[in-house]
Design a protein. Sequence first.
Length: 80
Amino acid sequence: MPIQNCSCLTDVSFFPETDFKLIGEYAGQKLLLIGKSNGYGDPIVATSATSKPSQEKLYAYDLYELMKCSQEEIKISEKI
């Protein structure tokens, strides 16, 4: 799995890499849905700079935390 910080997120179900879904854009990069939290089903996302995220080091973020803390614009273009 290319997700570097998955051990820090213990209550998350990560999708297989083949099920990562492009849902929008963040800071000029692709925003991928890569999992859901086990408790409430909150979306877990990562950013990708290329069309092959399996070849990148991805970092997982809770989408809602990212929206609260980031000063970058987040564009959601797909249903989550």
